[in-house]
Design a protein around this ligand. Structure first.
Ligand SMILES: [Zn+2]
Length: 174
């Protein structure tokens, strides 16, 4: 994916997780970072780790176990509502691999690593795969971004809703 869909998940999760505007902004930053985090594995290409390797792109970092580990890390924070934040964090991170499995190209996703290195795709793959890295700034990359912008409209609306609700209630500040 061209990341726009992943960002939509992070922004929507942050908007719904926070009670006040400032909290929502903090959670949007956190969850957007987590929604994109699995793609930090593109460093594998620079390290000559093959795409199909367990630690290659769409490998271990895209697994459901990695998402659970992120959730567990969020539990370390001493806050009364940390369970809720950890659950949101794990779901947002897991959504990355699941959404990548809906794309129509590249290799599948190692969703069940470390139990198996097998790569999986969803039976229905409506999301066009994005070119990796600088290829995103190309006609193909822009096409994928446009498709994602439209496809994820429901999430953008969901993200906007808590802000609209707060403005209507006159408590959008702080
Ligand atoms: Zn990915």
């Amino acid at each position: 994916m061209a990341s726009l869909g992943h960002v939509a998940v992070g922004v929507a999760a942050g908007s719904w997780r926070g009670e006040r505007a400032r909290e929502r902004v903090v959670y949007i930053v956190l969850f957007t970072a987590l929604s994109l985090l699995p793609d930090a594995d593109v460093i594998a290409f620079a390290l000559d780790i093959p795409y199909e390797h367990a630690f290659g792109h769409r490998g271990a970092s895209h697994s459901l176990i990695a998402a659970l580990a992120i959730g567990a890390l969020l539990l370390v924070r001493p806050a009364p509502d940390r369970m809720k934040t950890a659950a949101f964090g794990a779901i947002v991170t897991a959504s990355h691999g699941l959404l990548d499995a809906l794309t129509d190209g590249g290799l599948g996703v190692a969703l069940f690593w470390p139990f198996t290195d097998a790569r999986y795709f969803a039976p229905w793959r409506p999301i066009p795969v994005a070119p990796i890295g600088a290829g995103l700034v190309s006609s193909r990359g822009l096409y994928v971004m446009a498709v994602e912008a439209v496809m994820f409209t429901p999430l953008w609306i969901a993200a906007a809703w808590p802000w609209i609700r707060a403005l209507r209630a006159g408590r959008g500040g702080t």
